[in-house]
Design a protein. Structure first.
Length: 225
């Protein structure tokens, strides 16, 4: 190691650690050189405890989940203007199964899956993803309310009128408030005051997989309640 007068300590491989300061260290590295060697392990040790997202992001980009998501995007062959966030497009067989199980039409089934799995199913987003007009969206939502699958309410910064039953987590910008059940589903953490404390984690599943996983929990009796 070699000390520098301005308070920086440079480790032999070029990793930089600012000692004696309250702010987290600034670490600069080349992702292409990051791997399983001793230098990379030293980098992980150096940055641990500071809540840095740089290294997990690099690992995620190189890992099997990202590869599977990229493969899904490349092979999905969605119609022009279609969204993976619309399960009627990305997981039509699942939507049909949910509709049959709940005794609702496929619009209501698709909306139910979106409310179960997606972090921001605002009215505007849902209508964009699904290509719905307001009346069609309201009809699907009304069906879910009538079946007792969701509840109507007004909540700050929600951008919607229907919600899954159960605990609601408030959040300040830039975090998005949402149902506690869904936050756990997608891997969000809460702070000591039970508010959301981290932005969306790195995806662990493709969207069709996420819809299927959420529904599988409902089928097991582990859904929101």
């Amino acid at each position: 190691m070699a000390s520098i007068d301005d308070g920086l300590t440079v480790i032999t491989d070029g990793t930089v650690d600012r000692r004696g300061h309250r702010s987290p260290p600034r670490v600069h590295f080349r992702p292409a050189f990051y791997g399983d060697d001793e230098r990379s392990q030293a980098l992980v040790a150096l940055t641990s405890g500071f809540g840095r997202e740089d290294l997990p992001l690099v690992e995620w980009l190189r890992g099997p989940v990202c590869a599977r998501i990229a493969e899904r995007v490349e092979s999905a062959s969605l119609p022009v203007g279609a969204y993976e966030s619309n399960p009627a497009t990305s997981a039509p067989d699942l939507v049909a199964r949910v509709a049959g199980a709940l005794g609702v039409d496929e619009d209501a089934a698709a909306l139910h899956l979106q409310l179960l799995a997606l972090p921001t199913p605002t009215d505007r987003n849902v209508r964009t993803w699904n290509g719905w007009k307001t009346a069609r969206h309201q009809k699907a939502a009304a069906t879910l309310v009538e079946r007792g699958l969701v509840i109507e309410d007004k909540r700050p910064r929600a951008g919607r009128q229907v919600f899954l039953p159960g605990e609601w987590i408030h959040a300040k910008k830039p975090y998005q408030p949402m149902e506690a059940w869904k936050a756990e589903l997608i891997g969000l953490r809460r702070s000591y005051n039970r508010r959301l404390e981290n932005p969306l984690p790195l995806p662990a599943r493709t969207l069709p997989e996420l819809f299927a996983h959420a529904w599988s929990l409902v089928e097991k009796g582990e859904g929101p309640a």
